[in-house]
Every structure is written in structure tokens, then in C-alpha cells.
Ligand binder design. Sequence first.
Ligand SMILES: Cc1cc2nc3c(=O)[nH]c(=O)nc-3n(C[C@H](O)[C@H](O)[C@H](O)COP(=O)(O)OP(=O)(O)OC[C@H]3O[C@@H](n4cnc5c(N)ncnc54)[C@H](O)[C@@H]3O)c2cc1C
Length: 414
Amino acid sequence: MVWKKGDGMGDETVSRKLHTGTSTWVDTSTTHLPHQKTPAKRFYDVIVIGSGISGALSAYTLADGIRSVLVLDKRTPVTGSTLASTAMLQHEIDVSLTDLSTMIGAEKAARAWRRSAKAVETLKDIILWDNIDCDFQVKDTIYLSGPEMGYRAMKRETALRCKQGLDAQYLTGSELKEKYGIDRTAAIVSKPSASCNPAQLTAGLLKRALAKGAELVSPLEVTDILATQEEVSLRLSDKRKLTCRHLVIATGYEVLRKLKNENHSIISTWALTAKPKSPVPTWMDQTLVWEADDPYLYFRLTRDGYLIAGGEDEEFKKSHYNRKKLHEKTDKILRKIESLLGIEFNTPDYRWAAPFGTTMTGLPLIGAVPKEPNVYTAMGFGGNGITFSMIAAEIITKLIEGETDEDQDIFALN
Ligand SMILES: Cc1cc2nc3c(=O)[nH]c(=O)nc-3n(C[C@H](O)[C@H](O)[C@H](O)COP(=O)(O)OP(=O)(O)OC[C@H]3O[C@@H](n4cnc5c(N)ncnc54)[C@H](O)[C@@H]3O)c2cc1C
């Protein structure tokens, strides 16, 4: 195999600052993971680049005690975008079923939504089966009407979701006011949804993969990739090389340079946690909230009663670097929630900003990388990136095992 000078230019993925400010999960004590500084071998059956939720789910699914699996990260494990996540585990895709049907056809759109619902259930099964301590809570989601979808469109969306076998219940403005005390013209209440601590979930999955023989190495950056029909070679920041039979690229919003295209973009987003000043209605413990606006506001409670909220997205890659904006944006999010709920909150305990990946369809990009044999990518873009990472792990595992996933066409990179 010949390395061509300039292949990957010694900088295979786009480097970014993945958070500004302090995420609420940085103080989670149980996320420390044993890891090595160097790989024990030169060849692995599978190498996974990235130790965030996408890499962790892929490693968890692939590590079977037989296959040799290596997870590599240039950062300390679980300190990428996953640490910035608000971790609402939703099946609802950012693009409504109605709009997605227009974009990619009704059959594919319904399959994407149903697969997303199945992924939330699978996440739940894994967490419960493997007893992963991550503050996991099953919840409903309430989607509030707004400028992007009024009550008539919400009624049509509910009917379409029900027709496609999804759970959705339409609420009129007066029902919404009565049950939730919120003033909007309509809402959709749906299942399945959940919430968790994303750092603990990721660390828990990686620990299970390590217990099945996977290795975790950090910090070590992959700077070049060369794929052939037989094997994939990786050049590392310490100038060493590794080879593997299959490579999974789970580098989050630090996208592989050759995969950059106009269908996905990186924007900036903001989030916070704050304690309510007075008791909140009980429905808030059991419900994730988001709205039909662009950008949209979203929030939930943690088990210990903290509000976690986010929104105020901007179409600029680097707005999230701005410290002044961090306070302005998070204050604005909190004021909006106070006005929506009629509840006051204390000054936020944590405020953070981060880059965020979106696609036009709201769908992630998962599967084989065109023209790179044996290379797969799990780019869990979109508001439900964690749910998409679950789908990615399932599809990629099947592809590596030489099988076909019934939904791989919907998420394929080409
Ligand atoms: C503020 C915010 C709120 C969000 N809220 C939600 C939500 O409520 N629900 C939801 O489902 N999703 C949410 N998301 C999205 C979700 O969190 C992300 O999709 C997910 O965390 C991405 O995980 P990842 O593993 O793909 O990336 P990361 O966690 O960033 O992991 C990728 C890793 O790859 C490593 N890496 C990159 N390049 C290289 C290289 N060349 N060599 C070695 N290592 C490399 C990085 O160091 C990093 O650790 C949110 C995202 C943000 C930013």
C-alpha cells in the first residue's frame, strides 16, 4: 500500500471547539473511564474513531468478545459534543412527518419516523438490560404549535403519524391550557421518549464494550486514512500506523473532510440549567417540551428538579465562541420559558454553547462512505442525535457483518 503525500493532508477531520462555557455534565463523577495511551496491537477487526455517544454505541454493538475492537479519541473520552447534549431522547425528527413526506416521499418518511421510535425503545432496552446508571427516565413529549405549524397543520400531522403507526395525540388550545397551563393554539403529545445523563450513558456503554474486550485509547488523533478492498490504514498523530478490517468514523461535528457537503451544516446553539424558584407542575417531571418554531425552544427537568433548556440556534459556525452571547442567549431562553410556563427560575447554574450539526431533511448520515471500502460513518446530526446514533450503530454493525439493514437506504450518504 502506498501513502500518497497529501492524502488527508495530515488533518483528516475538521477540528472545532466543541463547547464554550460549562456544561451541566462536567461534574458527573461516574464517567471516568480506564484508557490506554497506545493501542496494544497493530491490527484490529474494527477501529472506531470517536468516544462520544456515536462511537460508544457502535463499540457496544460491535464488541462481542471475539472481534477485536479499538476506540480512539484525540480528546479525553466523552468530552466532545456528547458532553454538551441536553439528552432528550426523542423519536420526533426535527422535520415533521408531513414535510419529510414531501421531501423524500411518504413511504421513506414514515420508515424514518418509525425507525426513530424503534431506536428510542432499543436505547431503553439496552440501558435497562445492562443496568446503565444514567438517570434514565421514560417520558412523553409535548410539541407545541408555533409559527412553523399552526393548529390545522398540527391536526393533519397527528392524523398522518397515527396512520403510519406512530403514537400521537392531538390537543386543542383549551385542552392544552387545562392540562398543562400553556397558552398555544394546539399541541401533539407523543411516545416513546426519555431523558438521561448523556455522559453517564456514554461512559456506561464504553465500560460494557471494554468488558467485552474492546480497547479505549486516548489522546490519539487519526490524521490520515487510506482504504483498500483488503484493509484500512490509519496514520496517527504520534506518526504510527494502524490497520483494521473495518473503520467506523464517529467523530461527531468534526466531520471527515471528504464528507463535507451542502446537505449538512454546522450551526451554533445554546443551553442552560437552572433551578425553579417555586414548585413546578408535576407534568414537567414526566414530559419533554419543544415547539414548532425556527429556531425552536426545548426543555425538560432532571430527576433532581433542575430545568435543562436549549435553543436560540444561529446559522453561524463560530457564534458559540462568543462569551457575551452566551449570557444573552441563555438569559433569553430562560425568559421565554418563564413567560410560557408562568414560573420563575433562579440564575442559571450552568450555561454553555456548542456547535450543532443539521441536515436539510433532519435525518442523519449513516452508512458506507462512498469510494472508501470498509469505511462507515455515523454522523448523528439533528436535534435527536442520540437516537440517530443508536440507528447508526445498528446499521453499521449489520453492514460490517455483511448483512443489509432494511432502512439503510434512508440514511445513506449518497
Ligand atoms: C447543545 C446541544 C444539545 C443537544 N441536545 C440533544 C438532545 O436533547 N437530544 C439528542 O438526541 N441529541 C442532542 N444533541 C445532539 C447530540 O448530543 C449529538 O448528536 C451527539 O452528542 C454527537 O455525539 P458523537 O459521538 O457523534 O460526537 P462527539 O461526542 O463529539 O464525539 C466525537 C469524538 O470524536 C473525536 N474525534 C474527532 N476527530 C477525531 C480524530 N481525527 N481522531 C481521533 N478522535 C477524533 C472527538 O474528540 C470527540 O470526542 C445536542 C447537541 C448539542 C451540542
